[in-house]
Design a protein around this ligand. Structure first.
Ligand code: ADP
Length: 641
């Protein structure tokens, strides 16, 4: 599991920083060491395998070349024994004479030419040269005493004389083969053939083979590299050096040692040696060889093959590089896989965290939904309660309006009765007069009286119709024509206006020719409000002579504001706060109920409007009725009957 940053933050800093630092510093070093180790292992393995392959190949080369050397040196072994068959040679050895010597000299010269050897000569038993193939040359061996030569001593002892040495007369190196010439069982002289072996060296050089042959004294007698010739392959003791110097086998050569810089045995007859060699810039550098030796048959000599390890080393370095690169690639692959694994693990952890968060969120949503549902239920219950309360309130309000109306009706009933009494009295008088005029036959006067009677009855009907309309229950919604409502209110108040005259100033539109103003309220309710407001103004101005009422209105946005202002005494500032309280009245006795303004305000509010009051500085009182206006919509005809 991943540790969140908060949990890392809680740990002591040393614990978090140190391992990361160590990992960042040590890991590259470790990986580098691994790459180097792989390279080294590659080098060692390649070197081992390469050396084994070289050794196997060298073994074959050694065998082939050993055979070649053996065949080269055995090619001449029969040659000295041939002289045994020659009568001239035998006679010369038995009784030497100049004539016989010359014959043998000529014979040997011819033989030497045919066989391709360096020199062929015959010694007497004292070791003196009796005849030789090179008798013509100034460096001829003729008469020379070679009794000290080992090959002579061996041949005299009846053994085949084999000897490599440098000629004491010519200073020329060569291979000497000696054979004791017998007369019956007695050795009467020695035949010697000196051959050159440098053909082998030339063959090696042509084949770019590095090889040498060392003799029984450990002296290199044949070498592909002339610099190695006549060097000792192992240290010579002082006695040996003295013996060799005395034998003049190697003439006066110093016989230095072929000393390798390093030597390491790799098995039987196999060694790894390094010799100093002049490099391209003449500086001495070590050259490594695989050295393999083998004894040559029929001689005490050894053939040594030197295989340079330069190419093998280059191959091993190549393999080391290859191994290092492969290792680095593997490490890179491993790191990439590890990184990929980490990324996948991180993704999985992130997905898990997301799923957890998701499920947590779902749980929370479920909880929240539950609580929302519960509060929704509560709200529904509350709404239900509110609706009930509202219905109850509406009912109460309606009842209040009705009660107010009834109160107004009660108030008005006296004046209405008075109003009706007058036409009734007039009706009685007119009807009595009309009867009398009919009896007299004065039909014109009777007709005029009947006309007046009909007008009086019409007027009485109008009075009762307005009262009925006022008393009727109505709803909160509807449209009212302001002009008609003003007319209806004034009509209702007509009896009072007759007693107390009033100048009404109208300034509430609409302009002539324009659509009538329509307000969002029931027609009757608007009339009822206006009756209350105008009635109150009349009451306030009852004791003054000059009574004026201003009805002014204007559209303010979507609302229409109608101001009903009088020039009455105004309202005492101490009482202003109580105006809209139910049953607040300053009117004496049964004149006031204190419901008019309360009712009017609640009727306006029920229609979405409001009723307020203003106390102008110039005196009087102004009530402001604010209602939504119905502009453009057709006005429904309101029934009044
Ligand atoms: P009521 O008319 O029965 O008294 P209202 O609610 O209509 O009840 O009026 C409450 C009081 O407000 C009145 O008694 C009166 O004192 C005062 N009032 C109302 N209109 C005016 C007005 N235009 N001028 C002065 N006083 C007024």
């Amino acid at each position: 599991m991943q540790c969140p940053p908060a949990c890392l933050g809680a740990m002591p800093p040393a614990l978090t920083v140190k391992p990361r630092l160590t990992r960042h510093l040590l890991l590259p070093l470790l990986l580098l060491a691994l790459v180097l180790a792989c390279g080294y292992a590659g080098y060692r393995i390649s070197e081992g395998v390469g050396i084994r392959a070289l050794a196997e190949n060298g073994e074959r080369q050694l065998e082939l070349n050993a055979r070649a050397v053996e065949s080269e040196i055995t090619k001449y072994t029969y040659l000295p024994s041939l002289l045994e068959l020659n009568d001239d040679v035998r006679r010369l050895l038995q009784t030497p004479s100049n004539y016989r010597r010359q014959r043998v000299n000529d014979y040997l010269e011819g033989l030497n030419q045919r066989s391709g050897s360096l020199a062929t000569y015959v010694l007497d038993t004292e070791g003196r040269v009796l005849a030789t193939s090179n008798w013509r040359e100034p460096s001829s061996f003729l008469g020379e005493d070679l009794a000290f030569r080992a090959y002579f001593q061996d041949a005299m002892a009846g053994r085949p004389g084999r000897f490599y040495g440098i000629g004491s007369t010519t200073g020329e190196p060569g291979y000497y083969l000696a054979h004791g010439l017998k007369q019956g069982e007695r050795i009467i002289g020695v035949a010697v053939v000196k051959v050159r072996l440098d053909a082998l060296e030339q063959r090696w050089q042509r084949a770019r083979l590095e090889a040498y042959v060392s003799d029984e004294n450990g002296i290199i007698i044949l070498a592909s590299d002339p610099a190695r010739r006549l060097k000792a392959v192992y240290p010579l003791g002082p006695n040996t050096r003295e013996r060799l110097a005395r034998s003049l086998q190697y003439h006066w050569v110093a016989l230095e040692e072929l000393q390798p810089l390093a030597r390491q045995s790799l098995g039987e007859g196999i060694e790894q040696v390094s010799f100093a060699a002049a490099g391209p810039d003449q500086a001495a550098e070590a050259v490594n060889y695989l050295q393999q030796s083998r004894a040559l048959d029929d001689t005490p000599w050894h053939l040594t093959l030197l295989t340079p390890l330069r190419d093998q080393r280059r191959t091993a370095i190549g393999h080391a590089l290859l191994a290092g690169v492969a290792c680095a690639l593997l490490i890179f692959l491993g790191l990439a896989l590890n990184q990929r694994r980490k990324v996948i693990a991180t993704r999985l952890a992130a997905r898990e965290a997301l799923e957890q968060a998701n499920s947590q969120l779902e749980r929370r949503i479920a909880d929240r939904t539950r609580s929302l549902r519960a509060s929704n239920e509560r709200l529904k219950a509350e709404i239900g309660e509110r609706r009930q309360t509202e219905a109850h309130l509406r009912k109460t309000q309606d009842e209040l309006v009705q009660a107010g109306k009834l109160a107004v009706i009660g108030q008005m009933s006296t004046s209405i009765a008075h109003e009706l009494n007058q036409p009734l009295a007039a009706l009685r008088t007119l009807s009595g007069n009309t009867v009398r005029f009919l009896q007299r036959g004065a039909l014109d006067v009777a007709g005029s009286n009947l006309q007046t009677i009909a007008e009086l009855v019409d007027r009485m009907g109008k009075i009762t119709a307005s009262l009925r309309a006022f008393a009727r229950r109505s709803d909160d919604h509807g449209q009212a024509d302001l002009d008609k409502a003003v007319e209806a209110a004034l009509m209702l108040l007509h009896p009072r206006l007759q007693r107390t005259p009033l100048i009404v100033e109208r300034d509430y539109g609409p302009e002539p020719g324009q659509e009538p103003l329509r307000l969002a309220i029931d027609q009757t309710r608007l009339e009822q409000i206006l009756v209350n407001l105008i009635g109150n103004a009349l009451d306030a101005m009852a004791r003054q002579r000059d009574r004026r009422l201003w009805l002014s209105g204007a559209l303010v946005g979507a609302r229409y504001q109608l101001e009903v202002r009088d020039n009455g005494p105004g309202i005492d500032p101490a009482l202003r706060g109580h105006l809209f309280e139910p049953f607040f009245t300053t009117k004496p006795g049964e004149q006031g109920l204190g419901l008019g303004l309360t009712l009017s305000a609640s009727l306006a509010a029920a229609a979405g409007g409001s009723l307020g009051v203003r106390h102008p500085d110039e005196g009087g009182t102004a009530f402001i009725l604010s209602l939504a206006s119905f502009t453009g919509a057709p006005l429904e005809q309101q029934p009044h009957g």
